[in-house]
Design a protein around this ligand. Structure first.
Ligand SMILES: Cc1ncc(COP(=O)(O)O)c(C=O)c1O
Length: 419
């Protein structure tokens, strides 16, 4: 085996890695390039990516159309502050996003990460009620298994667990409910909402698929009933489509499948085709108009230094081109059957609790604990595949462009590792 490159070994004592026990974790793999669905390592090996780099790389790595847009934009205007100055990539993107998203959402606030897009959504909801003279509506309804990011507000509306336990002192607890699964639990849910409505600013949900909190699915019918109850009690409805957006669930947006219109929508990850950090919070006229007036205090108080970064916006515009001109939706839809076919044989395997598939998301829930994951990752790498099981789930969320041969290689690797 070739030695890791010196930049990796010499830099390792200085780097602090995400979600990593630095004392026991294996050295990460050194990547030199990536193309399509393949990640090339410094020692010449190639890994087929089953994760789309934390679910962002929907068109595959180094898509030539996106790379060209990035290079062109970098040559013209690499960055300029968004306060008091404007640039075309952001304005064009806002227009195109509203057209693509629909659902009555007509204003876009840009940020640089999904967590910050969620913070902005929460701030919008709180200030909406404050501006309307109802500051006591300041709590959120969120869900067990929900995950909305790692910043303080986002942690406060995520389920309590390993991602946020250590930071209890920073977070505020909100109303954490079960997503109802049937008529009976729905009635209980509706009663709870009716009882607490006067204190609630908004409900936040990952529509159809709760991702990082355990890859749990719920039906479009349940989602639309939750939406209906929010409307009934005038509770703002925030859809966090940072993971589900851009065809991941088989529809362009999960809310489209349930035919619902959120008041606020969070996007990130695949927004730039995964090529640049970019996120967005969209809202409707009802919310936006509550911020208008002559008092400065009524304005939304948020403005990240790198918001609406021109190169990131150029990448996102190029990504939308690809959704328009390449068969991305058909690829996402087709992946659902392929993932079923590939994962179904594990349903009866010892140690497998459940197999779940939705659009381009496939999950094997296992009867193991997270301690095994480091070993599993290493075994997948040995098989030439990049999969990153976490918690008790082994999930596949590959680039939507993955070929049948590449997918087959991932299934073969799963077979070898889980035997
Ligand atoms: C549903 C959801 N919301 C928010 C986030 C946070 O996004 P980011 O990691 O870009 O801050 C994630 C990330 O996994 C997510 O899945």
């Amino acid at each position: 085996m070739t030695q890791p490159p010196t930049w990796l070994t010499a830099g390792y004592p200085h780097i602090w890695l995400p979600y990593t026990q630095m004392q026991t974790a294996a050295m990460p793999e050194a990547v030199v390039s990536a193309e399509g669905c393949r990640i090339k390592l410094a020692d010449g090996r190639e890994l087929i990516d089953g994760t789309a780099s934390w679910w962002s790389m929907c068109h595959g790595y180094q898509h030539p159309h996106i790379v060209e847009a990035i290079q062109k934009q970098a040559g013209e205007l690499s960055h300029v502050m968004f306060g008091g100055l404007a640039h075309q990539p952001a304005y064009n993107l806002a227009t195109r996003l509203c057209q693509t998203v629909g659902m009555g959402l007509e204003r876009v606030f840009f940020a640089e990460s999904g967590s910050v897009a969620v913070e902005v959504a929460l701030k919008m909801a709180l200030q909406y009620w404050r501006n309307l003279g109802e500051p006591k509506r300041n709590k959120f309804i969120c869900f067990k298994h929900g995950y909305h990011g790692d910043t303080v507000g986002a942690m406060s509306v995520s389920a309590s667990g390993e991602f946020n336990r250590a930071y209890d002192n920073l977070t505020t607890r909100n109303y954490t409910l079960d997503i109802p699964s049937d008529e009976y639990s729905f009635a209980e849910f509706a009663d709870t909402i009716a009882a607490i409505k006067g204190t609630v600013a908004a409900l936040i949900i990952e529509p159809l698929v709760q991702a990082a909190g355990g890859f749990k699915l719920h039906s479009p019918d349940i989602l639309s009933e939750i939406r209906r109850v929010c409307r009934e009690h005038d509770i703002l409805f925030i859809a966090d489509e940072i993971a589900t957006g851009f065809a991941r669930t088989g529809s362009m947006f999960a809310c489209h499948e349930a035919a619902i219109e959120p008041d606020i929508l969070c996007l990130g990850k695949a927004l730039s085709g995964g090529h640049m950090p970019l996120a967005a919070t969209l809202t409707n006229a009802k919310v936006f108009n509550a911020f208008l007036g002559t008092e400065y205090e009524k304005a939304l108080m948020h403005g990240p230094t790198f918001m609406a970064h021109p190169i990131a916006c150029a990448a996102a515009n190029a990504s939308l081109d690809l959704f328009e001109r390449e068969p991305r939706m058909a690829q996402a839809e087709a992946l659902e059957q392929k993932l079923w076919d590939g994962l179904k044989p594990y349903r009866t395997k010892q140690g497998v609790v459940d197999i779940r598939v939705k659009g381009a998301i496939g999950v094997i829930e296992m009867n193991t604990d997270a301690e095994n994951n480091q070993r599993l990752r290493a075994e997948f790498i040995a098989q030439g595949v990049w999969l990153r099981p976490f918690g008790n789930c082994l999930y596949l969320m590959p680039p939507l462009t993955i070929s049948d041969t590449e997918l087959e290689k991932i299934f073969t690797a799963i077979g070898a590792v889980l035997k």
